[in-house]
Design a protein around this ligand. Structure first.
Ligand SMILES: Nc1ncnc2c1ncn2[C@@H]1O[C@H](COP(=O)(O)OP(=O)(O)OP(=O)(O)O)[C@@H](O)[C@H]1O
Length: 174
């Protein structure tokens, strides 16, 4: 992947059944064969990646996440985050919801990336790996450990070290 530090992907989600029942309509149009969306009649915006209503989870993963996971496996720091108003599809795209019961093709970024990381680990028999995971919710300035409900929010700290890495004093869950 080309050396661009930040890339932005936009994904348009389909209308939900309740929105169809209320006769709501989609106001964003993806221009075919471009990375452009048009809002309303003529307000065009260009992004690094654009995914339309019919885009599949594997398409999103293969296009903009897989190359980052490969870089991560090679030792680079990588951040992927979803941003958008409530109900816009962040959880769906990240696939952090009911992962265990989700059909394979519906799985989002997190389970796909985890699979790929462990697949890569299993292919490197002579190397020792340590995988640490933390899953923290930040809500109204409060931190919550989503993997350990008994952890008090007071015991979780986000700190930055001299190299700008966060996580050194953050709570790790093994
Ligand atoms: N690409 C998609 N295809 C089909 N359904 C989708 C898609 N994106 C989102 N949805 C559905 O839209 C609804 C809202 O999505 P989701 O819960 O992911 O939003 P969110 O941005 O995480 O919201 P919040 O910020 O409130 O947690 C869910 O029912 C989800 O299944």
């Amino acid at each position: 992947m080309e050396e661009i530090p930040v890339r932005v992907a936009v994904r348009v989600r389909p209308l939900l059944p309740k929105e169809i029942l209320r006769h709501q309509h989609v106001c964003v149009r993806v221009v075919p064969n471009t990375q452009q969306v048009i809002i309303g009649k003529d307000r065009a915006f260009t992004f690094d990646f654009v995914f339309g209503q019919k885009s599949a989870q594997d398409q999103v993963y293969a296009t903009c996440i897989k190359p980052l996971v490969s870089s991560f496996i090679e030792g680079y720091n990588v951040t992927i985050f979803a941003y958008g108003q409530t109900g816009s599809g962040k959880t769906y795209t990240l696939g952090g919801g009911h992962v265990v019961s989700t059909a394979d093709e519906e799985k989002g970024i997190i389970p796909r990336a985890i699979n790929e990381i462990f697949q890569s680990i299993s292919e490197h028999q002579n190397t020792e790996f340590t995988v640490k995971v933390s899953y923290i919710e930040v809500y109204k300035e409060e931190l919550r450990d989503l993997l350990g409900h008994e952890t008090s929010s007071k015991d979780i700290h986000i700190r930055e070290d001299e190299k700008g890495n966060t996580g050194k004093n953050i709570l790790y869950i093994f």
